[in-house]
Design a protein around this ligand. Structure first.
Ligand SMILES: Cc1ncc(COP(=O)(O)O)c(C=O)c1O
Length: 484
């Protein structure tokens, strides 16, 4: 580790300002805690309140950094092997918005996997680009949507030669990674900009046994949720840039357009400190998280009724490698949906998972966990499986539906006036809302798409299965919102 990486310039500048004792006649109104309510004083330490500072010259400007913020971002870029880094205080959603706003203009086509995160749909509304959806397969045994394949990208490039960029999610929530290196090389060969939503991968760079990180795979811009898996505060993410396909100025301009002019310095400093932590000890911390997760995985797989897939399940299209720190425990064979299992684990064992779907419960082992926590999780899962054995739940399979034709760009659909009509009368109309069932979490219909009879039948069939639905105003699906 370089000597430079041992510094935390932003945190140091805040400390120095607070220690200087300048009498505050500036924002924030609580004035370094002096006027803070006792509940806020309980929430944040006196030093934290003192360092909740603002736009003094020595504290730099997030939107035009030239001092301590620039230094901190430069250290982050160096650690991750990027040319530039941009601190984000609106999560990876904010970073995804910036990626699209910096690279696309209204009307440009962009390849996007159909199961992209909601922030991508929102970014399409903001920038006015037109999605060319990439279909993604669902693994029937896992009930999880996998990544894109080089073949699907190749086909899309033939059908849409004018496409400007590709945005992919890598790895997915469950840690499954596709062959991004090949996809990025193919996309670059066709002149596309490669944007990666690596929300779930800020730790990948710290172990050669994890899937390769997106920058190593050749991505041009990469959005990472530092807060999700590393040590920064919730809401903080980093956007990285490399190469010359996307100019630095374009990213800064888009970031400044979308960011607050009063970023919270405690949030920013937490990014600086999370980077320092990973520079100091990242390799060992990630190695420990992997080892603990593999230990839990082994116990789960030794427990009748439970299953946790590992690296041995990879090596299929859209699923080349696994981030083993994601422990996905399948409870369907026990006779419990993931949601029901998660509920029991919370109520009876006081364990809170990251997410639960129809078949699985996902646990994250991160840089924070030690032998104790891993052991507690493994023991609880074993006990839970012994006490909760039922009939295995059936796994309905629904034939995948074709992606409907796009009639209006997401931005046009967003601004169009709309009305709610009975589902049965919606054939031929253009959807004004998204409808997604879990599993597999792939939208059946998105705003701007034409609703066909086949889509209506598909929606009714999925609804009859009792799958969880997200997106529509009326989740009973009696009504659907369509463009007027
Ligand atoms: C794949 C993916 N991208 C982006 C996001 C948005 O991240 P954030 O919550 O930091 O805005 C999420 C959040 O869960 C996500 O799963």
């Amino acid at each position: 580790m370089s000597e430079e990486q041992r510094r935390a310039p932003l945190a140091a500048a805040m400390q120095a300002y607070a220690a200087g004792g300048a009498r505050p006649f500036h924002t924030p109104g609580h004035k370094q805690g002096l006027g803070a309510h006792r509940l806020l004083q309980r929430l944040i330490t006196p030093e934290g309140l003192k360092e909740d500072v603002s736009l003094m010259e020595e504290l730099d400007d997030l939107n035009h950094p030239s001092g301590c913020i620039l230094e901190s971002e430069t250290l982050a870029a160096e650690l991750y092997g990027a040319e530039t880094a941009y601190f984000m205080v609106n999560g990876t959603s904010g970073a995804v918005h910036v990626m699209l706003m910096a690279t696309l203009s209204p009307g440009d086509e962009v390849l996007v996997p159909r199961n992209a995160h909601r922030s991508v749909f929102n970014a399409l509304v903001l920038c006015g680009a037109v999605p060319v959806w990439l279909p993604t397969a669902t693994d029937d045994r896992l009930g999880i949507a996998l990544g894109v394949t080089t073949e699907t990208v190749r086909e899309a490039l033939v059908a849409h030669p004018a496409v400007k960029a590709i945005l992919v999610t890598y790895p997915n929530y469950y840690g499954i990674a596709f062959d991004l290196k090949s996809v990025a090389a193919l996309a670059h060969a066709h002149g596309l900009t490669v944007l990666v939503d690596e929300a779930h991968g800020p730790h990948l760079r710290f172990s050669p046994e994890l899937p390769p990180d997106a920058l190593t795979c050749g991505a041009d811009l990469v959005a990472q949720s530092t807060h999700k898996l590393l040590g920064s505060l919730t809401q903080t993410s980093i956007l990285f840039r490399q190469g010359d396909r996307v100019p630095h100025e374009a990213v800064r301009r888009a970031a400044a357009l979308l960011a607050t002019t009063s970023p919270n310095y405690l949030l920013l400093a937490s990014l600086d400190i999370a980077r320092l932590q990973m520079a100091e000890n990242g390799v060992a911390l990630v190695e420990r998280a992997m080892r603990l997760a593999e230990g839990v995985r082994a116990v789960v797989n030794d427990t009748p009724g439970l299953w946790c897939f590992g690296q041995e399940y990879m090596g299929r299209p859209g699923a080349e490698a696994l981030d083993v720190t994601k422990v996905t425990v399948q409870t369907a064979w026990l006779g419990l949906s993931g949601a029901a299992a998660a509920d029991i684990l919370r109520r009876q064992y006081n364990l809170q998972c990251e997410l639960a779907d129809a078949y699985n419960v996902l646990f994250l082992l991160t840089i924070a966990d030690t032998e104790n926590e891993a052991l507690r999780l493994a023991k609880a899962l074993k006990d839970f499986a012994i006490r909760n054995r039922r009939e295995a739940i059936s796994r309905p399979t629904v034939a995948p539906l074709d992606i409907p034709p796009l009639c209006l760009a997401p931005r046009e659909a967003f601004f169009a006036s709309s009305e709610a009509v009975p589902l049965a009368r919606a054939a031929g109309r253009i959807a004004a809302e998204e409808i997604t069932f879990y599993p597999p979490g792939i939208p059946v219909i998105c705003p701007g798409e034409r609703i066909s009879r086949e889509i209506l039948d598909g929606l009714s069939a999925l609804k009859a299965l009792g799958l969880r639905v997200t997106g529509p105003e009326d989740v009973t699906l009696r009504m659907i919102r369509v463009v007027c």
